[in-house]
Design a protein around this ligand. Structure first.
Ligand SMILES: *Cc1c(COP(=O)(O)O)cnc(C)c1O
Length: 363
């Protein structure tokens, strides 16, 4: 059965860069083939450029963004540890659940969905729980379209608490400064602003995060996501742990190449420009935006529909009649909102023009 060619404007996956589509047509290589290992090494270098870090432990984890989240928690915490988690949407909630399953004591810092978390409240929580091992926060909350401010959390580098950041939707879409913001562990995903199909989760660990992993008293509860074991393959030992998804790594290598060839700053500027255009036009059509203007993500717009419009009906009409995918609201916004993504290769003026044209016809 032939598959339809969709314009992917949901919360991921985005349409792949042409270089990525081409990468999937290349011959398959084995996971220990020197040609593949050279591509893997270069992929890790390219990830360092995109994460803006010099961290040695920077690599793609097998699995989607959630695997990266789980890898960060299972490697950094041990049962009985205290962790502080900022929660203002679905993905903050998920971090709490993963941390809880690791046997940790979770201290939540909640903010209303659709608003940002004041970084000072996170720093105050750390002062109240100075023995906390990790403070975790989502940079770009994809369930609400809100950006949380990470830069002020750099102050944690003066404490024993590691800073863990979810950059799944932010990486390559808006500035992410792993070294500049003092981030100790960061995970992302391939299918958002990197425009590679879902399947890998880039992660990076600072030297002090690596030291934390190396001085654990118990091995991580997950064997598959044990960064010590994975590091023995990605690092110079090249010791078999699990079969690396070689075609996905070749595709990620190509996607990162596209981002770096355009330029990271240019990619941020492109996301900003098309996101702003979409948001202004939606308001003209009667939509009401959820995120506050100062913390509004350009790559993910959360919006309520015009008065009297059923979200599921309209969303289905866009997909079936026009081949355009947008996302439904999640959690508190299920049934009442949309999430429109303009990520990676999908972040183009022509995507906005096509979507607005279809919406004007339907409305
Ligand atoms: C998409 C997303 C995830 C989860 O990624 P999957 O690829 O669906 O596993 C985690 N955090 C944020 C902020 C996301 O947008």
């Amino acid at each position: 059965m032939p598959l339809s060619d969709r314009l992917l404007l949901g919360p991921g996956p985005s349409n792949p860069y042409p270089e990525v589509a081409e990468a999937f047509a290349r011959p398959l290589l084995g996971h220990l083939d020197p040609e593949f290992l050279a591509i893997l090494d270069e992929t890790c270098d390219r990830l360092r450029s995109v994460f803006r870090t010099s961290n040695a432990l920077t690599l793609p984890i097998s699995g989607t963004g959630s695997a990266g989240m789980e890898a960060c928690f299972v490697n950094l915490v041990e049962p009985g540890d205290t962790v502080i988690i900022g929660v203002n949407g679905v993905f903050g909630e998920r971090m709490c659940e993963v941390a809880r399953r690791c046997g940790t004591e979770v201290v939540r810092v909640d903010a209303e969905w659709g608003t940002e978390i004041d970084p000072q409240r996170l720093l105050d929580a750390q002062r109240s729980y100075p023995h906390s091992r990790v403070l975790a926060v989502v940079h770009a909350e994809t369930s609400t379209g809100v950006e949380n401010d990470i830069a002020p959390l750099r102050a944690l580098s003066e404490t024993e608490t590691l800073l863990l950041v979810d950059a799944v939707t932010s990486l390559a879409g808006i500035p992410v400064e792993v070294d500049g913001w003092g981030i100790d562990a960061c995970y992302s995903g391939t299918q958002k602003c990197l425009s590679v199909p879902p399947g890998l989760s880039p992660v990076t660990f600072s030297p002090r995060a690596v030291e934390r992993v190396n001085t654990r008293s118990t091995p991580p509860q997950s064997w598959y996501l044990d960064l010590g074991l994975i590091g023995d393959y990605v690092g110079s030992a090249r010791k078999y742990h699990h079969t690396a998804p070689t075609a996905m790594v070749v595709a990620l290598h190509a996607g990162l190449g596209a981002v770096l060839e355009e330029g990271l700053e240019e990619s941020w500027a492109r996301h900003r420009s098309v996101g702003t255009r979409l948001q202004e036009s939606l308001v003209e059509l009667g939509f009401s935006l959820i995120a506050p203007p100062t913390r509004r993500l350009p790559q993910l717009t959360s919006t309520r529909l015009p008065e009297g419009r059923a979200e599921a009906t309209l969303r289905k009409e866009l997909l079936m009649g026009y081949g355009i995918e947008v996302g439904a609201g999640l959690g508190a916004f299920a049934g009442v909102a949309w999430r429109v993504g303009l990520m990676g290769h999908s972040a183009r003026d022509r995507s906005v023009t096509t979507l607005l044209g279809a919406l004007r016809e339907i409305l």
